[in-house]
Design a protein. Sequence first.
Length: 283
Amino acid sequence: MTGADLVLPPTDRQTPSAAVLQPPGSQSLDVALAETNILLERHGHLVALYPSSLPPAHEHRLHAVRSVLETDRIALLKLDLPPLGIAVLARQLRQLSVCDFSAGVVASAARLLSHYVYAGALLNSVTKLDRIPVSLKSHAKSWMPGTQFAVLANPEPQLIRVGGEEKLAGPEFGTQLAIAAGQLSPSAAAWVTDTLAPAWQVQGTQEVELPSASPGWWGTPKMVEFAAFLPDVSVLYQLVSSVRIEQCHWCGVQLIGDRCGFCSAPVAPVEGHAVAALSRGST
């Protein structure tokens, strides 16, 4: 992970913790290389999740470390999820890392599992929200005292005014809800626990620390971030194992889905389909 506040407490004794890959201002390149090399020697592979909002210098450091070490055992997964969504996804991958999946399958499972993370926030203003489509009407309502908005960023963007008739679309499967409070008052933030959680029929709530990147991601510190997720490792295991495992034609690791988590190469087309396509092109 790229921040200690993205490493959520484990859900059980088997879930391992995660290493934090520091930004350039916190450690030299030599120290970063040494620490990463130790991680590779100890665990064999490294799957690093980081948000698309990560400062460019930090992202460049991640790629520099992988390049200097000249290794194909580091997967750098850049995600568009909000910070708390990335944190719960990272914990799910930590849960899967102790199962009998290869590192390649764990890395490529991030894209699959992200579709089952319902990540959003309760905001008192959307005037600086630029990651979700916001209508002019909603912008205007942001200036009205007491107006609150519920925003869903993943899996499908949605924005509603709290107290209106529209409801925030939720998961149709059993989840738990991670909640991270910003600078909203407890009474204003109660909507998440008193209204959203029952409407989504979550099986439990968990209060966690607000990631430091969340105010910037959502455009305001006056917010409550939330993320509904699949908590049971047996369900995660069944979900991942139900997908066909392929072998990357470029770097050789196992993967699920349509793209390798380590080298980003797309899955090679099925031989029969490729031949048929060539035949059509020659006629």
